[in-house]
Design a protein around this ligand. Structure first.
Ligand code: 7RM
Length: 649
């Protein structure tokens, strides 16, 4: 690194204040109130987190709130609780008993609603089935499922008996599944005969069969019948879900578990090497998932809350299953593709169920912009009162579209910054309290000591870019990389010493202290000694009316050190014309300055993305430099985007 910090040049000036109407009914109703809570939490974070944790049901009180032996933390030491009891049983004694816990819509149009009582019963029966199949407290269970209610049931059933789940996204290959099962030494796999996606049936069982060949730890495979496709059967190992739960009791006492008992492992890809098993534990994780879902989404009893993530990602863990259920909310799950059977499916679902809180990813929003306004405009979206985004920095243009076309100009947008490793939201507006600026996740949540520092770990002045860190432990932080504490230490707690968590992201704060996340520091480019954020150049490009999406990477440049290549997709049907490149270069110059002028612009139909929608700039760097694509590509959604770009060279 030639400089200590990252230069940030993009300036977004618009500010959106929450309406008086929204603020009045909100849990936190003013900036001053947020500030007060934040200040008190900063003075005594342990006390703040203890008061949040006390909102859960504990079977045994903790003795010590935090034991911090950097970089290893234990929260609520000596306390005992059960996550499934907190998400289910706790709600059965009052009016939530018959409230919808889970509303599910299948891609083919089938649907189911499970009340808290029903979800509790299904979870107990499946937990008893797991026990009958030999699963014990501490055993690992791999969950490789389509997005159906049983995926949540399997997670909750594991939590109920103290088994540790490892959900593997259903889009992963047999090899990826095998690696994850092997690393965790899972004893049992829960899967299905397949699922529905883009109007077709896809398989899962064959992948499990292939994976498990090389996984001696696996004793049993439980198979849910979802699609009724023909599948191979290994009768000594395979069990149908419906047969496993048949005759099982609907009573299964939740096991009180140590606050630090592992709840789940979730694998996340590193830029090199094998995926990391991020480990989360019981008490701290649930405390922050529950606390943030309530405050950030301002949940109210009648809300219909829809987070569009798959349970294969952390967002699905914290904000489809655990957070909302702990909060006693109604959580909606949709199995399939956003464009099936038509490009308006999401909006049809919002209308059908009266969704009031909607949480999705910028990549999805940009895809909707590309499809055109007619699809959302066909539907009554007036039930919506709050919108959220997660996963990437949202470029201001996409923010404005989301606000206007989906939110009808009336819904606040919460841009939530967090990671698999952080377990829960770290930086976010509170919708009734925080004026928002398109593209900024605004302020750190109470109890979170986020800062932007230079390479020596010194906080940089507002306005200067640097590295985003968290300087104090928080309850939902990862506890380790499963089976590899050395990697945990090196990856997250070495850059700025063992006490400071490094997110891997660059950021700057503006004069109001708002955080602007600039993306992964690996994605930073260095042009003539200026460290620029690829995200800002992308945002400038997407600001041009013809552009749908852009990915910007550095490439070797004889004079400047690094030059800039921009990969650009245009909006629905547009073809690049004669002057398009010139127009786009001018747009970047105007938004950021001549220093950020792309040296080359390449038009493409598709960008390489991970299965959760993040652009894989690492692969584009290879393409831009004319190299072989290297490193881990298992998380790539579709290799053809890369293959095409290479062939075009
Ligand atoms: C929840 C999730 C984490 C990485 C993170 C950032 C990026 C996520 C935002 C964001 C800007 C946001 N977990 N990121 N949210 N960047 N603004 N609101 O996405 O582990 O899959 O990814 O995603 O780079 O480090 S994750």
């Amino acid at each position: 690194m030639s400089k200590d910090t990252i230069e940030s040049r993009l300036v977004e000036k618009r500010v959106f204040k929450p309406s008086a109407l929204f603020s009045k009914q909100a849990r936190v109703g003013s900036a001053a109130q947020r500030e007060k809570i934040t200040r008190a939490a900063a003075r005594d974070p342990e006390r703040y987190w203890a008061s949040e944790a006390k909102k859960l049901l504990w079977r045994k009180p903790w003795k010590k709130t935090l034991e911090w032996k950097p970089p290893f933390a234990k929260w609520f030491v000596g306390g005992a609780l059960n996550v499934s009891e907190n998400c289910l049983d706790r709600h059965l004694g009052g009016p939530r008993r018959n409230k919808a816990a889970l509303i599910w819509e299948g891609e083919p149009g089938d649907s189911r609603t499970l009340t808290y009582q029903q979800l509790h019963r299904e979870t107990c029966r499946f937990a008893n089935a797991l026990k009958s199949l030999g699963v014990k407290k501490g055993d690992r269970v791999a969950v490789y499922m389509p997005l159906v209610p049983e995926a949540a049931v399997a997670m909750l059933a594991c939590a109920r008996i103290g088994a540790v789940h490892s959900v593997v996204f259903g889009g992963f290959s047999a090899d990826s599944l095998r690696d994850r099962i092997q690393d965790a030494k899972a004893k049992l796999v829960v899967t299905a005969d397949g699922g529905f996606r883009k109007g077709q049936k896809f398989g899962l069982k064959q992948q499990v069969d292939d994976a498990v060949k090389d996984c001696p730890s696996v004793r049993k495979v439980v198979v849910l019948k979802r699609t009724d496709q023909p599948i191979a059967w290994h009768s000594e190992r395979d069990v149908w879900w419906h047969e496993a739960v048949d005759g099982q009791s609907a009573v299964c006492d939740p096991v009180p578990l140590d606050a630090e008992h592992p709840l789940f492992i979730l694998y996340t890809s590193g830029s090199t090497g094998k995926p990391k098993g991020v480990l989360h534990t019981t008490g701290g994780y649930l405390t922050v998932a529950a606390s943030t879902v309530e405050s950030v989404f301002d949940l109210k009893e009648p809300d219909v809350y829809w987070c569009t993530a798959d349970v294969g990602w952390i967002t699905g863990h914290s904000y489809v299953v655990y957070g909302p259920l702990a909060a006693g909310a109604t959580t909606l799950m949709y199995e399939g593709a956003p464009t099936c059977p038509g490009p308006d499916r999401f909006w049809a679902i919002v209308e059908k169920y009266g969704v009031s809180v909607f949480y999705t990813a910028p990549t999805a929003i940009r895809a909707f912009i590309r499809l055109g306004d007619a699809h959302p405009n066909k539907h009554d979206l007036s039930s919506l009162r709050l919108l959220g985004t997660v996963g990437e920095p949202i470029n201001p243009e996409a923010w404005a579209w989301y606000h206007r076309v989906i939110g009808g100009g009336r819904c606040p947008i919460v841009d939530t910054y967090w990671q698999t490793e952080t377990g829960a939201i770290m930086i976010s507006p509170l919708p009734g309290a925080t004026p928002t600026k398109p593209g900024s996740a605004t302020l750190a949540m109470p109890g979170i000591d986020a800062a932007v520092v230079d390479k020596d770990g010194k906080e940089v002045p507002h306005g200067t870019g640097g590295f985003l860190v968290v300087r104090k432990p928080w309850p939902s932080m990862l506890r380790t990389v499963y089976g590899d504490p050395a990697r945990y230490k090196k990856q997250y707690f070495s850059e700025f010493g063992p006490k400071v968590y490094f997110t891997g992201d660059g950021a700057r704060r503006d004069k109001d202290g708002y955080f602007w996340v600039l993306g992964r520091v690996d994605d930073v480019i260095n042009v003539s000694g200026h460290r620029l954020s690829t995200m800002e150049v992308e945002s400038a490009l997407v600001g041009h009316p013809k552009v749908a999406e852009a990915a910007v990477v550095g490439m070797p440049h004889a004079v400047k050190g690094q030059g800039i290549t921009a990969f650009v997709t245009l909006k629905g049907g547009l073809q690049p014309g004669n002057g398009t490149t010139r127009e786009l270069v001018a747009a970047v110059e105007k938004a950021i300055g001549a220093i950020a002028r792309p040296d080359r612009i390449r038009f493409t139909d598709a960008l390489p993305k991970t299965r959760s929608g993040k652009i894989m700039r690492r692969l584009l760097r290879n393409v831009a430099a004319g190299e072989e694509v290297s490193g881990d590509t298992t998380t790539l959604e579709d290799f053809s985007a890369i293959a095409k770009l290479q062939a075009d060279e």
